[in-house]
Write a protein that binds this ligand. Structure first.
Ligand code: 0GY
Length: 306
């Protein structure tokens, strides 16, 4: 099937620069996607955008180029609850990728078991209105109860302004809960202001909640331009991500978000994104937790030695 990209869609950055920051051995890119290719894995009829194709081969080439060893591939909304492209990439990865799927309540236990065998370890609940239609909370809670029995976790994606309304639902989830992109703070507001304080309180009050400190390119207003050094981009996001890393070093993850859906202004150089990491995790000990120990504990626990 032929698909036309959403008008204005930015293709991912070809030939990323070599990062100045050397990733620790065993580093995991814990948030990235595959898109199609549409001819092989058609985009879902209910999707809100049609992306450019971004295949497993291209994702794994980026992994090797940047110096990551593993990926966590997150089901993107353009594939709805059709997880075939994700599962295909997981199978092809030879154990180097684990996945986060999207499922509906009609999924059978046998299907969940088969996904587990392929490497899925979580489901994603999306509350960003421009990306998905509404799913009733009782359906999501039912799914959470079922996947908890497999030892999976729930990834949640929402905007900062919606946290108060979603707080009780999130707090009632029976699994580890991973927040995408720090709950999308408005970084034009102060890091010490009430909005981000609420997010930090959410993490403090709920010890089962983790956060991805990812997507500076999505949250930044200052953008990729260097303010105080050639490779120091997205500096306005640093205080937010660093605050989360320093307060919750055992509950943070980082990912590229390749191939960066729905960016309107610029497409990031993924090498430059890697160079963002030492600004938010300034010591080798924090980098080891963020990039290796935490993702292994969540996605490859059988490989963690006591
Ligand atoms: C991200 C962010 C976005 C999109 C999706 O599944 C998706 O479509 O996650 C976004 O548009 O903010 O994490 O990829």
């Amino acid at each position: 099937m032929q698909f036309q990209k959403t008008p204005g869609w930015l293709d991912w950055y070809q030939g990323p620069s070599k990062p100045g920051f050397t990733l620790p051995a065993g580093a995991v890119d814990a948030h990235c996607h595959v898109f199609g290719p549409g001819e092989e894995f058609p985009y879902a009829p209910e999707r809100k955008y049609t992306p450019c194709d971004a295949s497993k081969h291209q994702l794994f080439a980026l992994r090797d180029q940047l110096g990551f060893e593993r990926n966590v591939i997150v089901q993107a909304t353009c594939h709805g609850a059709d997880n075939r492209a994700l599962l295909d990439a997981l199978r092809y990865s030879d154990g180097k990728a684990r996945g986060v799927a999207t499922v509906r309540r009609d999924i059978s236990d046998e299907q969940l078991q088969a996904m587990h065998a392929d490497g899925v370890r979580g489901v994603r609940f999306n509350f960003v209105k421009r990306l998905v239609d509404f799913t009733p909370k009782d359906e999501l809670m039912e799914i959470a109860g079922r996947i908890a029995r497999l030892g999976w976790h729930v990834v949640i994606y929402f905007e900062a302004v919606d946290l108060p309304e979603l707080w009780d639902f999130f707090s009632g989830l029976p699994t580890t809960v991973v927040v995408d992109h720090m709950g999308r703070p408005d970084v034009s507001k102060p890091v010490d202001g009430p909005e981000f304080a609420l997010f930090l309180k959410f993490m403090r009050d709920n010890p089962n909640v983790w956060s991805k400190v990812s997507c500076p390119e999505r949250l930044s207003l200052s953008g990729p331009r260097a303010l105080d050094g050639e490779r120091a981009a997205y500096r306005d996001v640093v205080p937010f991500a660093r605050r989360v890393v320093e307060e919750f070093p055992d509950r943070v993850l980082w990912g590229t978000d390749w191939p960066h859906p729905n960016l309107k202004d610029h497409m990031p150089d993924d090498g430059l994104l890697v160079d963002f990491i030492p600004h938010i995790a300034p010591t080798p000990a924090l980098q080891q937790k963020l990039l290796v120990d935490n993702p292994l504990r969540l996605y490859w626990p059988e490989q963690v030695k006591d």
